[in-house]
Each structure stands twice: as structure tokens, then as C-alpha cells.
Design a protein around this ligand. Structure first.
Ligand SMILES: NC(=O)c1ccc[n+]([C@@H]2O[C@H](COP(=O)([O-])OP(=O)(O)OC[C@H]3O[C@@H](n4cnc5c(N)ncnc54)[C@H](OP(=O)(O)O)[C@@H]3O)[C@@H](O)[C@H]2O)c1
Length: 349
């Protein structure tokens, strides 16, 4: 029934109506030309010259034999139109079925996930939530001992977590080995303040690029990257946005993130880039998810929200692993504190 109503709905759309136009025109326009056009003789002459079926229908005279022929041809034409209509309806239904199946059947069967930055505040939430969903996790961390401490309670009552050492500044082959045999990668890394003046570049830009290349080499079928609002600010008239100026002041972090985003987009990997608003652990920002297309949220006062709790951010990253609608999308996310939209609609942007 659902399919039938959605088929009807689609048939009412302009796309479907437009698709039918040639059928209607083929039948109507010749008649119009006969009435408004040249004399009857002229049309008879045209009839004699004409060899195609369409022209014969257009100019048929009114004698009995021709009436039969016209009636027969008219019937054929109607049958043809009806046939086409049925065929078109069936094709639309078939197309809808295929489309729905494409949306619902995961292109990537995610059973094992590598999380880069698993010791971070977002990373550890992603690890826990994955585990609660029964997904095996390879938790990448610079410091294995620290990761084991942070994630020690992560293994209770859920799928297994294996901590592996991984630094995104490593070379691609070494990183590939750290990633191991997983289906997907989530990148939750972020630079830590350090005396290294190139630290931001090394983690946010080069590091993410290394991870993308290593993921490709490891043959993963999905890559989810946590990024930030305003990474593309200069290109969309927001270079004087005070939020952009303030955040980017630290080593050009937003510009570095943008370059990493571009690398991922060009990689050929199935990706989702989740550009988050200001991160917080305050649970009042863990509901009322507002998802917007790329370059539409700028952290401004008048927007529906400017912050988001890391718990909700972790849920979005995980949904992106399982929903086909998240394929090759950049989404901008903040929380409004209202009721959450259904998960199936999170990537309808
Ligand atoms: N703060 C915000 O308001 C905000 C807003 C939007 C987006 N974001 C972005 O969201 C992401 C997550 O933020 P968060 O606050 O949850 O992160 P976080 O707590 O700062 O954690 C950062 C993680 O990255 C890891 N890391 C740093 N350098 C690394 C390297 N070379 N190799 C591997 N791992 C490395 C850290 O490992 P160690 O534990 O070993 O240091 C840590 O696990 C970041 O990319 C951040 O820029 C933040």
C-alpha cells in the first residue's frame, strides 16, 4: 500500500507529468494542425505524400473505407498510448522500488570500525556507542596505555574494543597497518596545543590526509570525518565572521580542516563530513538535532542553534556509517534542545 500511494504521489509530480507530455502531444498536435491548417485538398495531398502513421492519422478523409482505417488506427493509437501509460506507470513503480532499495540497502556492511582519536572526548563516545550497537572497534590512539584506561569500561556488555597504536602523522603504510581489516573509519582527531608551530597543520591537514590515504589502501568502504562549521567561510562570504576569525586564529585550523575535507571528497571513498557547531558535554545540547547542508550555518545568533553535545555528535557519526542517505554528504549540525527528528531523516539534506 505504501508503495502504491508513493507511486500515485510520484505520478502527480511534475517530473512524471512532463515525462508523459510527448505522448499527449503526438496525439493532439496533428489534429490541431488539420483544423487550423491548409485546405482539405492540401491535407489530402499531404496524406498521399506522407508515409508515416502519424501523418496518415492527421489527414484521413471522411469516406467509409478511410473511416474504418481511421477508427482502426485511432484504436491502435489509443491502445499504444494506454500501453505506454501502463508501461510508464510500471517503470516508475520499478524505479521507485529500486530507489527505495538503494536507500535502504547499505552499500557498505559495517561490522568493524577504526576510530582515530579514540581517547578524545568525541572519540571515546563514538567507541562506546559503536560498541553498544554491537560493532567491533579498533580504537586508534597515540598512547595505548591512556586509551586502555579511558576505554576500560567500554567493553562491558557490548562488542569488543581493541586498542591499537596510531598516530596520524605516521606514514600511510604504517597507518594502514594500524587500521587493519575494518569496514569503516571515523576520524575524531583534533590537534592538541603543543610547542610545535606546525602542530595544527600536521594533525588537521596532513594527518587527516594520511588517514584518508591509509583508509583507501586498507580498502574501507566508508569514512566519516568530524569537522567544524565555517571551514569554508572565506568562499561563502563569511571571512569576516567573528567566529571564523576567532577559531581560525589558532594555526588556521579551519583552513587546515577544509583542505583535509577536500582531500577526502576527492579520494573516491564513500564519505560523510560532519561539520559540528561548538562542542560541549552539556546534555541540554544533546537533543533537537538540526542538520543543514554545507555552508549554511555560521554560528550566528539568529540561527536555530550554535552548539552541540558530543554525545549527539557521536550518534550522528555512527548513523552516517549505516545510512545510505549520508553517502558523500557534508552536513552541518547543531542542537536546538527541542525534540529530535527521526533518525531516518537526519541526512535528508
Ligand atoms: N571544540 C569545538 O568546539 C569543536 C567544534 C567543532 C569541531 N571540533 C572538532 O571536533 C573534533 C573532536 O573534538 P574533541 O573536542 O572531541 O577532541 P579532543 O577531545 O580534543 O580529542 C582529540 C583527539 O585527537 C587525538 N590526536 C591528536 N593528535 C593526534 C595525532 N597526531 N594522531 C592521532 N590522534 C591524535 C588526541 O589524542 P591524545 O589523547 O593522544 O592527545 C585525542 O584523542 C576535533 O577535530 C575538533 O577540532 C571541535
Amino acid at each position: 500500500m505504501a508503495m502504491a500511494s508513493s507511486t500515485r504521489a510520484f505520478m502527480a509530480t511534475k517530473t512524471f507529468q512532463d515525462a508523459r507530455v510527448p505522448l499527449v502531444e503526438k496525439r493532439k498536435s496533428p489534429r490541431r494542425r488539420r483544423v487550423r491548417g491548409a485546405s482539405h485538398r492540401a491535407t489530402q495531398d499531404a496524406s498521399r505524400r506522407s508515409t508515416d502513421v502519424e501523418a496518415q492519422v492527421r489527414v484521413s478523409p471522411k469516406d467509409g473505407a478511410s473511416w474504418n482505417r481511421r477508427t482502426w488506427m485511432h484504436a491502435s493509437l489509443v491502445a499504444w498510448c494506454v500501453g505506454c501509460h501502463v508501461w510508464a506507470t510500471e517503470s516508475v513503480a520499478e524505479e521507485l522500488t529500486t530507489k527505495q532499495m538503494e536507500e535502504e540497502t547499505p552499500t557498505c556492511q559495517v561490522k568493524r570500525v577504526f576510530v582515530a582519536g579514540s581517547t578524545g572526548q568525541s572519540g571515546q563516545r563514538i567507541v562506546r556507542q559503536l560498541q553498544q550497537r554491537g560493532i567491533q572497534v579498533r580504537a586508534g590512539a597515540r598512547n595505548v596505555k591512556k586509551a586502555n584506561q579511558i576505554l576500560s569500561n567500554a567493553t562491558e556488555g557490548g562488542a569488543g574494543v581493541e586498542v591499537v597504536q596510531a598516530d596520524v602523522t605516521w606514514d600511510v603504510e604504517r597507518l594502514r597497518q594500524a587500521i587493519g581489516e575494518v569496514d569503516a573509519v571515523v576520524c575524531a582527531t583534533g590537534f592538541r596545543p603543543s610547542p610545535d608551530i606546525n602542530g595544527v597543520f600536521k594533525v588537521e591537514n596532513l594527518g587527516t590526509k594520511n588517514l584518508v590515504d591509509a583508509s583507501k589502501a586498507a580498502g574501507v568502504c566508508k569514512f566519516v570525518l568530524i569537522s567544524s562549521l565555517l571551514t569554508n567561510a572565506p568562499a561563502v562570504g563569511q571571512k569576516d565572521n567573528p567566529n571564523y576569525k576567532f577559531l581560525n586564529y589558532f594555526g588556521g585550523v579551519l583552513d587546515q580542516k577544509k583542505q583535509a575535507e577536500d582531500c577526502l571528497r576527492a579520494s573516491g571513498l564513500n564519505y560523510t563530513i560532519v561539520r559540528a557547531g561548538g562542542l560541549t558535554n552539556d546534555p541540554s545540547y544533546s537533543s533537537g538535532l538540526y542538520v543543514s547542508p554545507e555552508d549554511t550555518l555560521f554560528g550566528l545568533e539568529q540561527e536555530p542553534g550554535r552548539e552541540i553535545c558530543r554525545d549527539l555528535l557521536a550518534s550522528i557519526c555512527i548513523e552516517a556509517l549505516f545510512q545510505n542517505k549520508a553517502t558523500n554528504k557534508v552536513v552541518e549540525v547543531v542542537a536546538t534542545g527541542n525534540a529530535d527528528p527521526p533518525k531516518q531523516k537526519w541526512f535528508d539534506v
